[in-house]
Design a protein around this ligand. Sequence first.
Ligand code: AMP
Length: 189
Amino acid sequence: MRLILLGPPGVGKGTQAKILVEQLGIPQLSTGDILRNAIANKTAMGLAAKEIMDRGDLVSDEVVNGIVSERIDQPDCAKGFILDGFPRTVPQADALATMLTQKGIALNAVVEITADADTLVSRVANRAKESGGARADDSAEVIRKRLDVYKELTEPLVAYYRQRGMLKTVDGMAPVEEVTAAIRRALGA
Ligand code: AMP
């Protein structure tokens, strides 16, 4: 099963991805996690990405496309994977389509998780409190910026994948277990 979880910051993509990893036995591929790791390890990529991430902007397509292409080639992705936080722009979605064709594999589905804007802001604010400030991009200002970036650059992917007949939409306002169940029904998995 190869799938994309699509949705705004705070909608629960990461939470759902972690549950689906356990239930479906395929890895989560989070570009955000990989970038945060690179920052923690002070790699050149991490150093270049930090400032961009801290203000809530997107890291370049070139960097994230490279991350994803390399990660998909790892043996644990052979049975499938859950893309969480990628693609985030139409050019990234085009690059993903090209790289999957080159690798001779195809996506099964794109699951859009939805929630209203107020809920998202309060969920991300809660995450910031619970993580004790572990994520520099969870401050109120940066949350708003990330939501704006989502609307402008990422939301067009909803139409993109709908036009390609791949989109399933799930209500992310329901309790966590219900959202998981709805995703699995949508996937027939
Ligand atoms: P996330 O953990 O998915 O919320 O991502 C945190 C931050 O990492 C984003 O605000 C971006 O700065 C960066 N990032 C993660 N994934 C991508 C991506 N696919 N394209 C560009 N930037 C990304």
